[in-house]
Write a protein that binds this ligand. Structure first.
Ligand code: MSP
Length: 507
């Protein structure tokens, strides 16, 4: 069976989840669900990154013990993933005992092998990025990401010999053995490699909230070294380099562009040092902005995910975020845009189409529309659905998930205009046979729309199928690869359900 392992970054628990976090996670969930839909063996990992100076300081500021603080925030992430129907196979927390032990085992291995050595580090550290910065990365002396001055750090610490892996890594990136997508980000990484990779500080003396180094208890592990290993420990890896987890290597790590450099330098260098295979692909998505500005609490332009869920519901929130931008690009978002899109695509688009067709079909005697009405030629004149499905699969393969989603709208529009063109509602009394034939074809298309919605809005897919009288459990055992119009032998038993997307209350 084909294996598919996908990850999100693990999120810092210095504050509750924001729209950027939910975007990455919904995207990963959509891709994971798609691969399950192909019948593959899927493992989808997300979790929380709970150590480091940033979290230590935040806990101190609000007068809580770090463990108590991270427990609370991590629970908020888990709660919102439930609300958003996120189907992760595992939620990893870096404060779990097994993770801590595995980090210690693997760092001990690197220390014994000479890849980690004692030194002194002098440099600038941005606590918000949890990264050392070069002078030339700063703008007016400040970290451009967080607009704060990094602190000067000079302390004894253990360094990781990242420079030793530079040439091998560069080659692997160049020839796409470690694929970085979209391409513009591969180019960015290649130009960043031109300056050469330097060794990186892998421990901190003055940060107590971290994983203690097994050979020197006065130092804690650099939070990124700890965090990266989650991609392995989340699979149950215990730090023994001879035991590679069954699902490793990852098919794709999804990340935001802010953490591209570390993911294409420190992480693969650690893997080479551990003699483990590299992930196949790193896919970088853009940022959500509000009126061109990065969302931030100080600017006061943060969109709270809970507000989205209460305004639009889980399924529509998923839809609106995925359709907000081409996957990989930045996007400017605001509630007005979301409202418009909700009304156009969901309430008046998909929701209305389903309701119109189901209403007409429920008027047919016994609400039974069976195989005798099947007519592929007729169906193709509404929309060439097999071709659309092929395109849909290709888009998913290329991780163009927003374009795959847009194909649903394409089908909806084709059906709407066909219904208007043939004035279907009038045909019921004029030519019942033809009426039933067109309806049957439209129901088959709705059935396929259910499949196309499944990774994006699983509950909407189920609600559509339920109204068609489809056995959902049975449906979920099938693979999308076997869904072709010619092969379908469906008998519909219509059961009208609730409106899929209720109208929004005025802003
Ligand atoms: N803990 C590290 C990652 C360690 S992975 C081994 C971290 N965490 S974070 O909480 O800051 O979350 C980072 C991720 O959240 C980004 O990479 C991105 O996926 C997502 N986003 C954060 N802000 C975002 C936007 N404004 N827009 C879209 N996504 C962004 O970095």
């Amino acid at each position: 069976m084909q294996k598919f392992y996908i990850t999100t970054p693990i999120y810092y628990v210095n504050s509750k989840p924001h729209i950027g976090h939910i975007y990455t996670t919904i995207a990963a969930d959509t891709i994971a669900r798609y691969h399950r839909m192909l019948g593959e063996q899927v493992f989808f990992l997300t979790g929380t990154d709970e150590h480091g100076a940033k979290i230590e300081k935040m806990a101190e500021k609000i007068g809580k013990k770090p463990q108590e603080f991270v427990n609370e925030i991590s629970a908020k992430f888990q709660f919102i993933w439930d609300e958003l129907n996120i189907s992760n196979n595992r939620f990893i927390r870096t404060t779990e005992k097994a993770h801590i032990q595995a980090v210690q085992n693997s760092l001990q291995y690197l220390y014994d092998k000479g890849d980690i050595y004692l030194s002194k580090y002098k440099g600038l550290y941005c606590r918000e990025c949890e990264q050392f910065k070069n002078e030339k990365d700063l703008v007016n002396g400040k970290c451009p990401e967080h607009n704060i001055e990094p602190e000067k750090v000079e302390e004894e610490c253990y360094m990781f010999k990242m420079s030793a892996y530079q040439d091998r890594l560069l080659k692997l990136i160049k020839n796409d053995k470690l694929k970085i997508r979209p391409k513009k980000y591969k180019n960015e990484v290649l130009s960043f490699y031109k300056n050469g990779l330097k060794d990186v500080a892998f421990s901190r003396k003055n940060v107590k909230w971290g994983i203690v180094l097994p050979w020197d208890k006065s130092q804690t592990t650099y939070v990124w070294a700890d965090a990266f290993l989650n991609y392995l420990t989340g699979l149950g890896w215990d730090g023994d380099v001879k035991k590679i987890p069954e699902m490793w290597p990852a098919y794709v790590h999804l990340i935001g562009k802010d953490i591209l450099r570390v993911h294409t330098s420190i992480w693969p260098a650690m893997l080479l040092a551990l003699n483990l295979p590299l992930p196949r692909q790193i896919f970088v998505h853009g940022f959500f902005l509000v009126n061109g500005k990065k969302m931030s609490k100080s600017v006061g332009n943060v969109i709270d995910p809970e507000d989205l869920i209460s305004a639009y519901g889980t399924e529509a929130t998923r839809y609106l975020l995925i359709s907000a931008t081409h996957f990989g690009d930045d996007s400017d978002v605001n509630l007005e845009k979301f409202n418009k899109k909700y009304n156009a695509d969901l309430a008046n688009g998909l929701g209305n189409l389903v309701s119109r067709i189901i209403t007409m079909a429920s008027k047919v005697q016994n609400s039974e529309l069976d195989m005798q009405f099947k007519d592929i030629k007729e169906l193709n004149s509404i929309v060439k659905i097999d071709k659309i499905l092929q395109d849909y699969k290709k888009r998913f393969q290329d991780l163009e998930i927003d374009i795959a989603l847009d194909l649903v709208q394409k089908v909806v529009k084709k059906c709407d205009s066909y219904i208007s063109k043939v004035k279907l509602w009038e045909l019921a009394s004029k030519d019942n046979k033809k009426f039933c034939k067109i309806l049957y074809n439209l129901l088959e298309i709705l059935y396929i729309i259910g499949w196309m919605c499944l990774p994006f809005m699983p509950e909407i897919a189920w609600k559509i199928w339920k109204q068609l009288g489809i056995d959902i459990d049975n449906e979920l055992k099938k693979s999308l690869n076997n869904i072709k119009i010619d092969n379908l032998e469906l008998n519909f038993k219509i059961k009208k359900g609730d409106i899929l997307f209720p109208r929004l209350k005025a802003l």
